[in-house]
Design a protein around this ligand. Structure first.
Ligand code: CO
Length: 245
């Protein structure tokens, strides 16, 4: 059996199992999708959205690109967000980064990979923007972890500034933005900041979220899921005077 036949064989077995468990599963899905979540994650093959959070087909709308970026000129990502918010009316938009991200690592090591370098300039800009904090970290693994986390927070900030997101909040639509990071090393998802449920002042939010990240006791965001939110201040509660971030 070649590489591709193997996939068809797997697929038939999977479809059979799904039907055995729930005979109406595919006919119900064929009618419509009504996911409550939008996942914006990295393309990395080790970070499959549905499997990590145990959701079936139909339960989560997904956009993935290298290094989980939300770029203001990326028609692809913006279309996904607009469709998810306006048409599907998802209630949660999750930007999910991961430790050990190859894109982030390439930026830190100034490795040249080809065309993708142009895409990764967005991460490189963040590395320069946060150089003071990152350069102060001696351990290269910890520095990489921090840049992965910073990248998530910055992308969440981008989502919060999108007109379709602001419009949704302004018309009273229930929508929460989340910043999370996944540990390839332990399979656990961690929350990096409290959920954003209303328009925030972007600069103040960034300052608060980044300060909470760096003021945290050292190491990776150790505790999975919602417990990690205790480490952060509420959005918009930042004091002035933090020059960076
Ligand atoms: Co990655």
């Amino acid at each position: 059996m070649d590489d591709i036949d193997f996939l068809f064989s797997n697929n038939r077995a999977w479809a059979r199992r799904m039907c055995d468990d729930d005979p109406a599963f595919f006919s119900r899905l064929a009618e419509q999708q009504a996911p409550r979540y939008l996942w914006i994650g990295c393309s990395d093959s080790r970070v499959p959205a549905n499997q990590i959070i145990g959701l079936a087909p139909g339960e989560i709308f997904v956009h993935r690109n290298v290094a989980n970026l939300v770029v203001f000129t990326d028609l692809n990502c913006l279309s996904v967000i607009q469709y998810a918010v306006d048409v599907l009316e998802v209630e949660h938009v999750m930007v999910v980064g991961h430790y050990g991200c190859g894109g982030v690592q390439a930026v830190l090591e100034r490795r040249k990979l080809g065309l993708v370098d142009s895409w990764l300039h967005h991460v490189e800009d963040l590395m320069h923007m946060h150089a003071r904090r990152l350069d102060a970290i001696a351990d290269p693994h910890e520095r990489a972890d921090r840049l992965c986390e910073i990248n998530v927070l910055e992308q969440v900030g981008h989502v919060g500034r999108l007109p379709m997101v602001e419009d949704a909040w302004n018309r009273g639509q229930k929508l929460t933005l989340h910043g999370m990071i996944y540990g390839i090393h332990d399979g656990l998802l961690r929350e990096l900041c409290p959920g954003i449920t209303a328009p925030v002042e972007p600069a103040a939010w960034r300052r608060t979220a980044l300060r909470a990240l760096f003021d945290r006791p050292g190491g990776r965001a150790a505790r999975p899921s919602r417990q990690g939110a205790d480490d952060c201040e509420r959005p918009g509660g930042a004091a002035a005077g933090d020059g960076e971030g």
